[in-house]
Design a protein around this ligand. Structure first.
Ligand SMILES: Cc1ncc(COP(=O)(O)O)c(C=O)c1O
Length: 385
C-alpha cells in the first residue's frame, strides 16, 4: 500500500521525537533508587493517600468534570479566583491544550535551548514550528527570546525554573519579557518547580497573570505534592484563555482519585514544608559535595541538579550513567535536551544522596571499572527516610 492510500498524520507529527521518560530500573542491582524523574523522595501527604483510597468505594461514578472542589482548594491556597483555574491530567495535558488552542499550521512557538521537551512536542503536534531561543549559562535569556519573536509567533513557553537545568529567571526579567512581547503572543510560565525555589527575586507569575491578558501560569501536583502517578496539574489564566481551554479539554480530563488526593495534598501545608526543607538542605549538600569531586554542577533552584562530566573516555556522562546504574542509582541522561555531557539527578532521600556522592567519588577516582563491586548495601535502620 502506498503512503497516500493510508491515513496520514498532519505535517509535524512525524517530526516529533516521542518523549522518553527517565529510566525506572537498574537491572541486576539489589536495590534501586530512582532519581531520574524529579519525583519527591518524601512521597505524598498521608492525607492525600487516605483521600485517594476513599474514592475506591465510588469508582462507578464519573468525576466532577469541572473539578470545582479542587479549583476552590487551589484558589484558597493561593488567593486566586477558582473561575480562572483549569485543572488537567498533569501539566502536560494543559501545555498540549494551550498549544492546540493557540497554534495552527505555520505559527511559531518559542522555547529555549534546553527547555522542557514537551514544548516542541506540543508545538509540532499542532502543525506549528518550534523556534529555539539560545540560552546563556544554561539559563533562559530574555533578549534572545525577544530576538526570536516574529509575526508568526503565538506562544512563548518558559519553564521557570527550567528542567533539566534547574536555572531560573528573576521576576523582573519575566516582566521585562512580558512587556516587550506583542499582546497577541501568549506567555506560558511553566512553574512546575515553583514551591522549591528559595530566591527573593523569584515569582511563579501569579501577579503577571492577574494583571495581563496574555500570560498563563501552569503548575503541577507531580513534584512537591508527590502525586505524579495520578496526573494532576492546573493553570491560572485570563478569563478568555480559561474559556478557550475549557471548550477543548476532555470533559472529564481529571479523574476522581486525583481530585480527592489533590485537595488533601494542597491543604497539607506541613507536608509541603517538610518536602521543601528536605530539598533545600540536600540540594545545597549535593551541589557542594559533587562540586568537590571536580564536577561542575549548574546552580539549581529546583529539586534536581545538572551534573557536567568531562568529555574524557571512561569519565564521560554515559560512563557515569552505566557506573551508577549498576549500583542501583538511576539518574537521567539528557542528550535529548542537547546536554550529552551531563546527567540530571533528582534530590533523593539522605541515603540515596549519600550513595550517589560516594559512587561518583569512586567513579572520578577509579573510572568506569570502580574499585568495589556494586550493588549498594541495604539501608540501616537509622536512615532518615
Ligand atoms: C518544566 C516541567 N513542566 C511540566 C512538567 C510536567 O508535569 P506533569 O507531571 O504535571 O505533567 C514537568 C515534569 O517533569 C516539568 O519538568
Amino acid at each position: 500500500m502506498s503512503a497516500l492510500q493510508r491515513p496520514e498524520p498532519r505535517p509535524g507529527v512525524l517530526d516529533i521525537h516521542a518523549y522518553v521518560p527517565g529510566k525506572s530500573h537498574a537491572p541486576g542491582a539489589a536495590r534501586a533508587f530512582k532519581l531520574s524523574s524529579n519525583e519527591t523522595p518524601l512521597g505524598p501527604s498521608p492525607k492525600a493517600m487516605a483521600a485517594y483510597r476513599a474514592v475506591a468505594e465510588h469508582l462507578q461514578d464519573y468525576p466532577d468534570g469541572a473539578a470545582s472542589d479542587l479549583r476552590e482548594a487551589i484558589g484558597r491556597a493561593f488567593g486566586l479566583d477558582p473561575a480562572r483555574i483549569v485543572c488537567g491530567a498533569g501539566s502536560d495535558d494543559l501545555l498540549n491544550l494551550l498549544a492546540r488552542a493557540y497554534l495552527r499550521d505555520g505559527d511559531e512557538a518559542i522555547h529555549t535551548t534546553h527547555g522542557f521537551l514537551v514544548y516542541p512536542i506540543a508545538t509540532l503536534g499542532t502543525g506549528a514550528k518550534p523556534v529555539v531561543a539560545p540560552e546563556k549559562n544554561y539559563t533562559a535569556d530574555v533578549d534572545a527570546i525577544l530576538g526570536a519573536v516574529t509575526a508568526r509567533t503565538k506562544i512563548v513557553f518558559l519553564a521557570n525554573p527550567n528542567n533539566p537545568t534547574g536555572t531560573y529567571v528573576s521576576f523582573d526579567e519575566v516582566k521585562r519579557l512580558h512587556r516587550a512581547l506583542p499582546p497577541h503572543v501568549l506567555l506560558v510560565l511553566d512553574a512546575a518547580y515553583a514551591e522549591y525555589v528559595r530566591r527573593t527575586d523569584y515569582e511563579a507569575g501569579i501577579e503577571l497573570v492577574a494583571t495581563s491578558e496574555n500570560t498563563v501560569m501552569c503548575r503541577t501536583f507531580s513534584k512537591v505534592h508527590g502525586l505524579a502517578a495520578l496526573r494532576l496539574g492546573w493553570l491560572y489564566g485570563p478569563a478568555h484563555v480559561v474559556d478557550a481551554i475549557n471548550r477543548i479539554r476532555g470533559p472529564f480530563n481529571v479523574n476522581a482519585p486525583a481530585i480527592a488526593a489533590g485537595i488533601a495534598a494542597i491543604e497539607d501545608t506541613a507536608h509541603v514544608e517538610r518536602s521543601v526543607v528536605h530539598n533545600t538542605r540536600w540540594l545545597a549538600w549535593l551541589t557542594e559535595e559533587i562540586g568537590k569531586l571536580g564536577l561542575a554542577v549548574t546552580p539549581s533552584a529546583a529539586n534536581f541538579v545538572l551534573i557536567h562530566f568531562p568529555q574524557k573516555k571512561g569519565r564521560a556522562a554515559k560512563d557515569a550513567d552505566a557506573f551508577l546504574t549498576k549500583r542501583g542509582l538511576i539518574l537521567r541522561r539528557v542528550e535529548a535536551y542537547k546536554l550529552p555531557n551531563a546527567l540530571r539527578m533528582s534530590v533523593g532521600t539522605e541515603e540515596a544522596n549519600r550513595l550517589v556522592v560516594a559512587a561518583l567519588r569512586e567513579f572520578m577516582a577509579h573510572g568506569a571499572e570502580g574499585k568495589t563491586p556494586p550493588p549498594p548495601e541495604p539501608a540501616s535502620e537509622g536512615d532518615e527516610w
